[in-house]
Design a protein around this ligand. Structure first.
Ligand code: CAA
Length: 285
């Protein structure tokens, strides 16, 4: 029988975690969102309120629906509060050690039948899952940024993920309004394996003064019909996140396409992280 999901834990309330919490709450699920400290909770709540107030202003949510949605997300700094959830979606930074520690803790806290999912974009779900006593109940559930807008997810199965776990997570994705694809556990899965070589190439072209940032972006938007040019998209993803994804894919595949362009590192060191810091390739208010 298919699993019922009624309450879901989200670990990490950054751009992706807050977006995922919103998607879950919009579908009527109760969400317990965990952050490391009060500052993290305040920032995460800010993301959630900003995004949902756009939907309210645009008439996509009524005042009551908006209030109900926010009421379904409870924030805490204690992982122990996830003891009774049916599923946890982890969305912390792309650091294998950090994710492994969190999964080991979740394994001790959650019900034995609870599923543990990672929103990792580029790390090995297999390597994360082996830090639990239930690797058969570990999957990747990879959302795309902005999660409330992009109706697609990759469901990543490892060689030991139980088939019914994949089936149930695929069904959940559909309930959330996301079209799922099932993919194997290879660096970058499908979308990032294709996307990040292109984004990195764009940074190298910009670094070599091949063209201006506006012209690089215009070529892909107007010449190829992409919704955003590559440099604007890097600003949306966050340069630090993009760097971590490239590094991780490069480490696993040694494909030179994924060796991060030096300019990315310099910009990160200088604090230019993209939209979230107010400045990346472009400047934001
Ligand atoms: N959060 C919530 N809602 C948002 C949003 C955000 N960050 N950004 C935009 N929206 C909403 C807007 O409110 C708007 O909603 P309404 O139609 O209800 O008004 C809608 O999305 C469209 O927004 P805009 O009119 O402002 O702008 P747009 O039409 O240019 O769309 C976009 C913006 C959705 C970001 C679009 O440009 C786009 O799809 N860009 C490409 C994004 C992309 O490629 N993402 C994948 C990144 S890779 C990844 O995520 C994987 C990873 O592991 C890092």
């Amino acid at each position: 029988m298919a699993r019922e999901f009624s309450s879901v834990g989200v670990v990490g309330l950054g751009t992706m975690g807050a977006g995922i919490a919103e998607v879950l709450a919009r579908s009527g699920l109760d969400v317990i969102a965990v952050e490391v400290d009060e500052a993290g909770i305040t920032r995460g709540r800010g993301h959630l309120e900003h995004s949902t107030s756009r939907a309210l202003a645009g008439g996509k949510l009524t005042q009551d629906e908006h209030a109900a949605l926010l009421g379904r997300v409870r924030c805490t700094t204690s992982l122990a509060e996830l003891a009774d959830v049916d599923l946890v979606i982890e969305a912390v930074p792309e650091n294998l050690q950090l994710k492994a520690e969190i999964f080991a803790q979740l394994d001790g806290i959650t019900k034995p039948e609870a599923l543990l999912a990672s929103n990792t974009s580029s790390l090995s779900v297999t390597e994360i899952g082996v830090h639990t006593s239930r690797p058969g109940k570990v999957v990747g559930l990879h959302f795309f940024n902005p999660a409330p807008v992009l109706n697609f997810v990759e469901v990543v199965r490892t060689v030991v993920t139980e088939p019914d776990v994949v089936t149930d997570v695929v069904a959940l994705a559909r309930r959330l309004g996301k079209e799922p694809v099932v993919t194997g556990d290879r660096a970058g899965f499908i979308a990032n394996a294709l996307l990040f070589g292109y984004l990195n190439h764009a940074v190298r072209m910009y670094e070599a003064r091949y063209a201006t940032r506006e012209d690089l972006d215009a070529a892909m938007r107007f010449g190829c019909g992409y919704p955003m040019g590559p440099l604007a998209l890097l600003d949306l993803i966050g340069l630090d996140t993009a760097y971590e994804i490239l590094e991780s894919m490069y480490r696993q595949s040694r494909n030179p396409l994924h060796a991060p362009a030096p300019l990315l590192k310099q910009m990160i060191t200088a604090g230019l992280l993209g939209r979230k810091s107010g400045r990346g390739f472009y400047t934001y208010e």
